[in-house]
Design a protein around this ligand. Sequence first.
Ligand SMILES: *Cc1c(COP(=O)(O)O)cnc(C)c1O
Length: 399
Amino acid sequence: MNDMNIPFTRPWLGVEEEAAAARVIHSGWVTQGPEVEAFEREFAEFVGAPCACAVSSCTAALHLALMAAGVQSGDEVVTVSHSFIATANAVRYCGATPVFVDIDPGTYNLNPAMVERAISSRTRAILCVHQMGMPCDLAAILPLARKRGILVVEDAACATGSEILWNGQWEKIGKPHGDVACFSFHPRKLLTTGDGGMITTRRPEWDRQFKLWRHHGMDLPDSARHKAKQILFEGYAALGYNYRLTDIQAAVGREQLKRIPAVVERRRAMGERYLSQLASIPGIGLPVEPAWAKTNWQSFCIRLPDGCRQLDVMQRLLDAGVASRRGVMNAHEEPAYGPEDWSCGCLKPECRCKPRSCARLHESETAKTGCILLPMFHGMTEEQQDWVVKSLADSVRGR
Ligand SMILES: *Cc1c(COP(=O)(O)O)cnc(C)c1O
């Protein structure tokens, strides 16, 4: 018997965040004000980006990033199905078609060898994902794109604090190495503002565009109107959206950002512990961290031994007080993705695609059903982690 009750994840929010939110509430300026600007500055500095624009979610960030890349109706965007559904949805918001390529079974990231044949004359962008915080192979993807004048959008939703070896230096994801990177501040990620997102880019003209689009296309920021000594009227030059982050959220985000170095350090230590302890369970597939990547272990994904049913293992873990999640989903397997809504880069008749299944996305499909995600959160103790490992060993043995 045990009295363990280990949650899958839990955000690290403290009195600092509480005080920051209270400070903004008492200030009377609660959205699109000085806290948002400060959060953008500090986040840009943290990832090493020239420009950052705070938005309401990573999904909003992806939508605007693809718009900036010029993605529109009739275009194609090469991406992965094996991701949270927001990745592919953002392509469809632009009226474009996501063209799905398969993943590498060790990193769960887009397999660059599959990208070339997915590119057509209609390809406008590559939307690559740093899945579960593991940097994707940008050094292989970028030359493929640059050669053809295709833009690269990074879905860095999970990758705050992840690093990539670039020209001999460790650099943060979000510099960005592609044209634009999009982050999420949902509670499942390392930094949370409840909901929220950030777009980083090296292009000041894109950053200006993002700041117009997120605020209804209004050509005069609230801050300019607030400071003005004469009456100013705003204009609306183009269709915009309400994708704003509030100042209350931004103030919380600034406190969360201060915690990130400690959070990443702790998660890396926990990741190392999982890797060494799980290696002794026969048949378990461990995640692969390439030599040029340092993950933040946003999620720790393992492949179950052959013959183990995902549902059975997860239920046995739950019975032992351990919450888990199945492997990352695939957009193309969901009812929201009808046959006309996506492509695998070949003509439908010649592809052996069935509805909601595709022979070319085999690794994506097996990762969803053959993997589980293990608990990991900042306050997790070594005792709790040992219990997860022990319970998993028992569960895969069918006990
Ligand atoms: C969480 C996540 C998103 C969506 O982020 P939101 O902030 O919830 O919109 C997009 N892509 C990936 C890979 C994610 O993990």
